[in-house]
Design a protein around this ligand. Structure first.
Ligand SMILES: Cc1cc2nc3c(=O)[nH]c(=O)nc-3n(C[C@H](O)[C@H](O)[C@H](O)COP(=O)(O)O)c2cc1C
Length: 199
């Protein structure tokens, strides 16, 4: 894997311009439509390397990354189609299957279940921070993601397909990634709606 060139502030005094960070955070969008060509593997590996620099209480490093090849991705897509078929019929299932099979990149992120609830929740929180590190880095490289937590991701057969022990790990998300074919808008309410000032 190629080394990441971001420089820590404390070693050489360099830092990303704050406005560049703000623009990156603001401009990132969940991508629903991707171009067919896959993103380079080196970019994904760089993103996973950066993901694990997220804060994590007691340095549990709770993240686990599953990079899906075509066979596993197709198996997940077919499992999803089976689930859709049960509820919404064969036509809907085929449409989903076609869409899912067109996704250029697949990643699953899980977190380690700890031996108590507080640590388990903190492991999940750390992994959400890791995911955002990953998403923002990829976005800075022109690569978008979609975070999915749909029905298939809670099906025991999904865990079987990936070889994940559900007694040890829980899902953070299933991610599609690649070059955006379209960048949607996503509004936010005014920040004041969420702030309580205390004297
Ligand atoms: C924990 C989590 C789970 C999500 N699951 C889904 C999902 O199952 N399907 C989906 O379309 N988007 C999912 N998303 C993406 C959100 O819908 C998306 O972030 C939101 O619409 C805001 O859009 P933005 O990411 O472009 O700002 C999920 C996001 C998070 C943080």
């Amino acid at each position: 894997m190629s080394e990441i060139t971001f420089s820590p502030i404390h070693t050489d005094g360099q830092r990303a311009a704050p406005s560049a960070v703000a623009a990156l955070i603001r401009s990132r969008r969940t991508i629903h439509l991707f171009k067919p060509e896959p993103a380079p593997r080196a970019k994904l590996l760089a993103a996973l390397d950066l993901a694990r620099w997220a804060p994590n209480h007691r340095l549990t490093e709770p993240w686990r990354f599953y990079v899906l090849g075509r066979d596993t991705a197709e198996a997940v897509a077919r499992l999803n189609a089976d689930i859709v078929a049960e509820k919404r019929g064969a036509r809907a299932a085929q449409a989903k299957l076609d869409r899912w099979l067109s996704m250029p990149g697949w990643l699953v992120v899980t977190f380690r279940i700890a031996d108590n609830l507080v640590d388990t929740q903190e492991n999940y929180a750390a992994c959400c921070c890791a995911v955002q590190n990953m998403q923002l880095y990829l976005w800075s490289e022109g690569i978008g993601m979609k975070w999915g937590t749909g029905k298939v991701t809670s099906d025991p057969r999904f865990f079987d397909l990936l070889g994940i022990d559900p007694a040890q790990e829980k899902l953070v998300g299933m991610f599609w990634y690649g070059y955006p074919a379209e960048i949607p808008q996503s509004p936010r309410k005014p920040v004041e709606d969420f702030i309580t000032e205390l004297g």
